[in-house]
Write a protein that binds this ligand. Structure first.
Ligand SMILES: NC(=O)CC[C@H](N)C(=O)O
Length: 368
């Protein structure tokens, strides 16, 4: 029997059990179950540090069909804690591919399961909401799995950004560039940094808990607040840094976790969503321009709409056309704005990349 045919079991916090086959590493893993509706881009999803602490169901019926490519990564390793799939393709076809998804997940020590009814599972999560789960290809005693699952912490209240942030500062782009951007790394995706260097910026990425005084010695023209995993409300250190940056009055742009932190720094609440938004086709309306965009998303927390509407500090710039959730804000009288979705859109449509142009334009304007 090959490894891909070895037995695996999935147990959800509400007692739901699904049987399937193991892929990736043999072992046991637990975390928050979530689902991504994108039809492509599994490698970018699995290496996105925002997924740390989560086990992701891929809605696409096949995963692995185009293998993996060394450069298609958003960080240096796989960050999801497990993958749940319907059909795993052992054979792959893509000229640039260097290995199979199965081999890649094995190398990254990621325990995964395939052969489960992912449509039923996604419908279940959509109805019941986010919860923890455990996958095992070594323990089949349900009581033992239940015990281990009970020890898995709830996503609410977890500070995870510092676990995936860079340990040391690093730089990207042309050091002689006209524009310097300081990145507060809470688990940034590499393609976000690329969207800034491609627009002529020199970028320096700082570890999550770097004091602002140290970041200021880089003399940045603007600050970028990154995406990342965990509960934004559990990140007091980052909320304080964002508040300090607002006092600096320098241009600031936040994506996803960065958006939630900008809201929290302005006294707005965040909340745990029922099951979150993860996919490549979420319609968002820019209410400043009146134009709509199809966006890439990955979040399980959101900015509380009532608290934004009651705020005299920020205004809403973007709304989700599916559920009217808050997708973008800007701070009144300050050069600071943020979006809940992922404008770098890897994977996904490039409708929202204008936000990086806006950020660069804001920096240039602010310097005059
Ligand atoms: N992509 C992100 O930055 C995710 C932000 C946060 N961890 C959430 O789940 O909402």
């Amino acid at each position: 029997m090959s490894d891909t045919q070895a037995r695996a079991i999935l147990l959800l916090q509400d007692g739901t059990i699904a049987e399937g086959f193991a892929f990736g590493a043999i072992g046991t893993t637990s975390g928050e179950i979530c689902f991504n509706t994108g039809m492509t881009g599994y490698q970018e999803v699995f290496t996105d540090p925002s997924y740390y602490g989560q086990i992701v169901i891929m809605n696409a019926v096949h995963v692995g069909n185009y293998g993996v490519v060394p450069e298609d990564v958003e960080s240096d390793s796989v960050k999801v804690l497990g993958v749940i799939a319907k059909n795993l393709n052992e054979n792959y076809s893509r000229s640039k591919a260097t290995e199979s998804l199965d081999a890649y997940l094995k190398k990254n020590n990621i325990v995964s399961i395939h052969g489960v009814d992912t449509r039923a599972l996604v419908a279940h999560i959509r109805t019941k909401g986010a919860m923890n789960c455990i996958i095992s290809s070594e323990i089949f005693d349900i009581e033992e799995l239940k015990r281990r699952l009970a020890e898995t912490p709830d996503m609410s209240g977890q500070e995870l950004a510092s676990k995936v942030s860079t340990k040391k500062p690093y730089e990207l782009g042309d050091p002689n560039a006209d524009i310097k951007i300081a990145v507060l790394d809470y688990g940034t995706k590499q393609n976000i940094l690329k969207c800034m260097t491609e627009r002529g910026a020199f970028v320096k990425v700082f570890p999550a808990k770097t004091p602002l005084a140290k970041i200021k010695s880089f003399n940045p023209d603007g600050y970028f607040i990154s995406n990342g995993p965990g509960d934004p409300a559990a990140m007091d250190y980052a909320i304080d840094t964002v508040k300090e940056i607002m006092n600096e009055n320098k241009p600031m742009f936040g994506i996803c976790l960065g958006h939630q932190l900008l809201a929290l720094a302005n006294g707005i609440k965040t909340f745990k969503m029922h099951h979150g938004h993860r996919g490549l086709n979420h319609p968002v309306k820019n209410i400043i321009t009146g134009r709509s965009e199809i966006t890439t998303q990955n979040h399980g927390f959101g900015v509380d709409p009532e608290s934004v509407k009651a705020s005299d500090k920020v205004e809403i710039t973007h709304v989700n056309l599916n559920d009217h959730s808050i997708e973008g804000i800007r701070v009144k009288g300050k050069p600071a704005f943020s979006v809940q979705y992922h404008p770098e859109s890897t994977p996904g449509p490039h409708d929202s990349r204008y936000l990086f142009d806006d950020f660069i334009a804001m920096i240039k304007e602010h310097r005059q």
